[in-house]
Design a binder for this molecule. Structure first.
Ligand code: MG
Length: 368
């Protein structure tokens, strides 16, 4: 397909709630949409980079810059047959995976729409609904957390993940576990801990957690392997996994026993599928993480989670949990802990461009 035109659009979408992690608080998402036209067919991608460099060094502003100055010019006007070829043309750019993924997913979407195929099918997916859990940010008190957990379990979510940080861990996990002794429960430290916190992890090890997500530094597989050797609870890596090669190294060294796959963090749907394949070769389960996506990114997450190795519930909760009004016409709503896979060609969702125009902070078209 010949890539004719790419439009970057930044929107501001207010969150329904205040989402606090060990990085800080998010109230409004700045989201960068990538609208690509190839052979007259449009595909849309969503960049998951955050407002500030906490989860990753990438931000909405760095993604905008690198897409505008480097990534889009590398593919504009080019005849490109596959996502692998597209990523190959971006291969000289180190990092900036979220920016790359926004462009790569837009290309997948255009390609699937041109072929008249749903994206999940093109990817090799095997299920029409994906199991979903909910991720609960840091709350004002353990009691407030328990109330949130009660609410989401009543909605049928299959797993509860609690964001933790030093000083906000054992007490809140104990409160939730006492109230719900058997619910699938996990915690996410977002790299806020070190090996010096081993006593805390030994305590967490007693709560029958499905896994402890990213407790230590993103670049420290060695310490994760050391920690894993002390724990019965599997470690799940998120921030540490930036590529299929990282996945192999993490699993080969015993740094993790579960992998969280994020399309943006690994640089696209193709590498995300490869991460899944590597994990499958190690017999390790994967699940699809969330980055407070709007409807476009959420649809890609759902498509990815249809692959056979996504056996654990992901973070792709109902769009209405996050947004009063989503940017796509389709309602991406889970029922009884299952998110239906949108039908129709491509990602299966259609952007409400009229609404997007009202949310737009800036837009720029590259190409004729
Ligand atoms: Mg995480």
């Amino acid at each position: 397909m010949r890539i004719e035109r790419v439009t970057l659009t930044e929107i501001r979408l207010p969150l329904n709630f205040r989402f606090e992690t060990s990085f800080g608080v998010t109230r409004e998402r700045r989201i960068l949409l990538v609208r690509l036209v190839a052979d007259g067919v449009e595909g849309v991608g969503e960049c998951v980079a955050g407002e500030s460099p906490g989860f990753s060094y990438e931000t909405v502003d760095t993604a905008w810059l690198v897409l505008q100055d480097t990534l889009v010019p590398a593919v504009l006007g080019q005849e490109i047959a596959t996502p692998a070829e597209l990523l190959g043309r971006l291969g000289t750019v180190r990092g900036h995976n979220m920016a790359k993924a926004a462009l790569e997913t837009a290309f997948w979407d255009a390609q699937a729409r041109a072929a008249g195929l749903p994206l999940w099918q093109l990817l090799g997916g095997v299920r029409r609904a994906v199991p979903v859990g909910v991720s609960i940010g840091i709350q004002p008190s353990p009691a407030a957390t328990v109330a949130e957990v009660d609410r989401f379990l009543a909605e049928g979510y299959q797993r509860v993940k609690l964001k933790i940080k030093p000083g906000w861990d054992l007490e809140v996990v104990r409160a939730v576990r006492e109230r719900h002794p058997r619910v699938a429960l996990t915690v996410d430290g977002n790299s806020a801990y070190t090996l010096a916190d081993l006593p805390t992890f030994r305590e967490l090890d007693r709560f029958q957690l499905d896994y402890i997500e990213q407790p230590l530094a993103p670049d420290d597989l060695h310490d994760h392997a050391t920690l894993q050797a002390h724990l019965v609870t599997p470690i799940c890596l998120d921030e540490s996994i930036r590529s299929p090669a990282d996945t192999r190294k993490a699993l080969a060294t015993g740094a993790a026993r579960v992998i969280n796959v994020k399309i943006g963090r690994v640089g696209g749907l193709l590498p995300a599928r490869q991460v899944h394949d590597v994990a499958q070769a190690f017999g390790v389960p994967v699940w699809c993480g969330g980055m407070l996506e709007a409807g476009v990114g959420r649809a890609f997450n759902i498509a990815l989670a249809t692959l056979p190795g996504f056996t654990l519930p992901g973070d792709t909760a109902s769009a209405s949990r996050y947004w009063k009004r989503d940017i796509v016409h389709e309602a991406l709503e889970a029922a009884e802990g299952w998110m239906p896979v949108p039908g129709g060609p491509g990602s299966g969702v259609h952007v409400d461009w009229e609404y997007v125009a009202r949310l737009t902070a800036r837009t720029e078209t590259l190409g004729p």
